[in-house]
Design a protein. Structure first.
Length: 258
């Protein structure tokens, strides 16, 4: 645990001693705030117009009217935000030659991987925390709103971010350059993003159903609606575990080859 903590602090120090973490967090918080304000304003105006008709007023839902569209839109923004966080984790170490020095320390490979991964997870967690004033503001407007669906949406965003990060970590371990790392990360994430659209999952074909289950965006649909399905949680956990495990295997192969 001590070695993991040292790697964690080393990486976290880099993130917050350079503009990387601050830039990513500011941009994401600004976009999230804009999208939230736009949707909340529309919801507020619609609610005011329908106040004279109790039947329609009761059918207005804060989650579907505000948070689901915001979470859905920001899932696309996060696809652009996560690769800049993950691109340097190993690619920069190899380019500068410090990866060889890191291998000489009495540190196990899994400690290096976990320490680096946790530091990036901390940055992502801070990104999402910056958006928490939004639901408090919305709940002040709608007294009958529930926290459950909102927390489910945040859980979906967090798990999706960790999936993006873990795939970026693997690509960074395979790359020798940060530009290559971020470019391949964008391509791979877009591939997983659109995977479910390659074949219609409702066509009855097995390949369509399989591709639909492998799509990252497909498993966000229920969560941003406030529905927690075990299948979606298991998918993200397995995706994260698999990519982190492969990163460890890549790192071990590089150490073995010298």
């Amino acid at each position: 645990m001590r070695n993991i903590a040292e790697i964690y602090k080393r990486e976290l120090r880099f993130y917050f001693s350079t503009p990387v973490a601050y830039s990513v967090m500011f941009i994401f918080a600004a976009i999230f705030g804009f999208l939230f304000y736009r949707n909340l304003t529309y919801y507020s105006n619609l609610s005011y117009q329908l106040m004279q008709n109790p039947y329609y007023a009761q059918r207005i839902d804060l989650i579907m009217g505000v948070f689901s569209p915001v979470f859905s839109s920001n899932s696309i923004i996060l696809l652009m935000m996560i690769p800049p966080i993950s691109m340097r984790l190993f690619a920069e170490e190899k380019k500068s030659g410090t990866i060889e020095l890191l291998f000489t320390y009495p540190i196990k490979d899994f400690q290096i991987v976990i320490g680096k991964w946790l530091s990036a997870v901390t940055v992502i967690f801070c990104m999402l925390v910056l958006t928490l004033p939004a639901p408090f503001m919305a709940f002040g407007f709608a007294k009958n709103a529930e926290w459950g669906p909102v927390l489910a949406g945040y859980l979906g965003l967090f798990l999706m971010c960790l999936s993006f990060l873990s795939l970026g970590l693997l690509i960074s371990a395979l790359s020798e350059n940060q530009i290559v790392s971020i470019s391949v990360s964008y391509g791979a994430l877009l591939g997983f993003w659109f995977l479910g659209w390659a074949v219609d999952p409702n066509s009855g074909k097995m390949i369509g159903k399989v591709l639909g289950e492998l799509s990252i965006i497909g498993h966000m649909t229920n969560l941003i609606k406030g529905i927690i399905d075990t299948k979606d949680i298991v998918y993200y956990v397995l995706f994260i575990f698999t990519t982190v495990f492969l990163t460890l295997r890549v790192l071990e192969s590089k150490r073995w080859r010298g």
